[in-house]
Design a protein around this ligand. Structure first.
Ligand SMILES: Cc1cc2nc3c(=O)[nH]c(=O)nc-3n(C[C@H](O)[C@H](O)[C@H](O)COP(=O)(O)OP(=O)(O)OC[C@H]3O[C@@H](n4cnc5c(N)ncnc54)[C@H](O)[C@@H]3O)c2cc1C
Ligand SMILES: O=C(O)[C@@H]1CCCC=N1
Length: 388
């Protein structure tokens, strides 16, 4: 017998953004269904893995400002569940002193009076051993930054959603969406109806939006998630207070290089390049480009002399990029009861609690409690065609 049901809201995609949105909706007593194509937990989207960076250091005020509430909401979730989701490590930000991008990070933090310590070439190695600061580079530390325990966070928020009365149906792919005052969602197992729909499908967003006559300018890229072995075990570890780090750009790299202290895999430091090669999310294992690993190998050799310059473990993940790297948080241009959260461009995890709150507000037709102008669809000038 096929599954059927009527809901106030259906959320498609149980990654970090869909899970937080569903949780917020259920807390507001909305009868909510969260649909996920894979059996949970899974590692085929963008939200898996043990760790993510949380930071206030950004080159735009609106992200730094949003982080105030994010830190509070992460702490609230920790208290509600009695679980540890965040560990403070600080974030070391490095970049050429004459680079606009690096200076933007620094002045944004200064302007927002965010706790930070500026390091000089003279005191750098005393504070940060085992890292070579390139000649001409500057550095500062965003003190409140740290590591989020990503898989644990996802489990926690999905559990809270269920405790609040929400329903998760995993291993159930959405196959069709029929827009209207009551949205009809068909899946591999049944048909559901709801007053509103939230699409948080990560790299699959455009595949789902095709059913609604809309395509967004999203590019999906595969990221090689590399772990590098410490020559002396523990020398870059969270226990020795080694920080997360971000190089805005460098000799080898046009995009950021970022890393997290060794923690989840003892003796291994996670370091990634903030760009990858285009992929179809259903074919990501066929994308075998390793040019990002080459860039990282050269960087590790030059700047992290305590690591073996060959990745010991390579996992994979995907980014869904917008042209300006800002998120999409908006209602569908043709159907106001379809809400879209997409294009998190490789930096959305830390914002999960606030994004969930904002997408919930949009789906209830409430005034969003943050300024959404940087995240609106109209900035792309997309065309829609009727899906009816
Ligand atoms: C290597 C890497 C490192 C990162 N580091 C950081 C970091 O340090 N800090 C940070 O803040 N962010 C970071 N990010 C970014 C962050 O992880 C993502 O922005 C975030 O996970 C995106 O979540 P999402 O819910 O939009 O997408 P996803 O996690 O991909 O969730 C979408 C879900 O929708 C489901 N779905 C899709 N289609 C269907 C369908 N038809 N039917 C049912 N379900 C469907 C998918 O299976 C998936 O589970 C990183 C990302 C990567 C890849
Ligand atoms: O969002 C983050 O903090 C990480 C590190 C910088 C680049 C993207 N993701």
């Amino acid at each position: 017998m096929s599954a059927e049901g009527e809901y106030d809201c259906i959320v498609i995609g149980a990654g970090v953004q869909g899970s937080f949105t569903a949780y917020q909706l259920a807390k507001k007593n909305q009868k909510t269904l969260l649909l996920e194509q894979f059996l949970l937990p899974h590692s085929r989207g963008s939200s898996h893995g043990q760790t993510r960076i949380i930071r206030r250091a950004y080159d735009q005020d609106f992200y730094t400002n949003m982080m105030e509430e994010c830190y509070e909401l992460w702490a609230q979730l920790e208290r509600e569940e009695g679980v540890k989701l965040y560990r403070r490590t600080g974030l070391l930000v490095m970049g050429p002193e004459n680079s606009e991008s690096y200076q933007q990070f620094k002045v944004t933090l200064q302007r927002n009076k965010t706790p930070m310590v500026v390091l000089t070439h003279d005191n750098f190695s005393q504070h940060i051993p085992n890292v070579n600061l390139a000649p001409g580079d500057e550095a500062f530390v965003d003190i409140s930054a740290g590591v989020l325990f990503a898989d644990r966070a996802l489990r926690t928020v999905q559990g809270q959603f269920q405790k609040s009365g929400g329903v998760i149906r995993d291993n159930e792919a959405v196959t069709n969406i029929k827009p209207g005052p009551v949205v009809i969602v068909s899946t591999s197992a049944g048909v559901y109806r709801a007053k509103s729909l939230v699409i948080t499908a990560g790299p699959w967003t455009n595949k789902l939006l095709a059913h609604t006559g809309l395509q967004l300018p999203l590019e999906v890229v595969k990221i090689n998630v590399c772990y590098w072995k410490e020559k002396v075990p523990g020398s870059y570890s969270v226990k020795r207070r080694f920080p997360c780090f971000l190089l805005t750009e460098g000799e080898e790299a046009k995009e950021h290089i970022y890393g997290l202290p060794s923690n989840e895999y003892p003796g291994l430091v996670k370091i990634c390049y903030h760009m990858g090669s285009e992929t179809d999310p259903d074919q990501r294992d066929k994308q075998t480009d390793r040019s990002d690993i080459e860039i990282l190998r050269r960087y590790v050799t030059r700047c992290l002399p305590g690591l073996v310059p060959e990745p010991a473990v390579v996992e994979s993940c995907m980014y869904t990029l917008t042209p300006d790297r800002h998120f999409v948080l908006d209602c569908h241009p043709a159907y106001s009861n379809i809400v879209i959260g997409a294009g998190f461009s490789g930096h959305g995890f830390k914002f999960g609690p606030v994004i969930g709150k904002l997408l919930c507000e949009l789906s209830l037709g409430e005034m969003p409690s943050n300024d959404l102008s940087p995240f609106r669809i109209r900035r792309f000038h997309v065309k829609t065609k009727s899906a009816l």
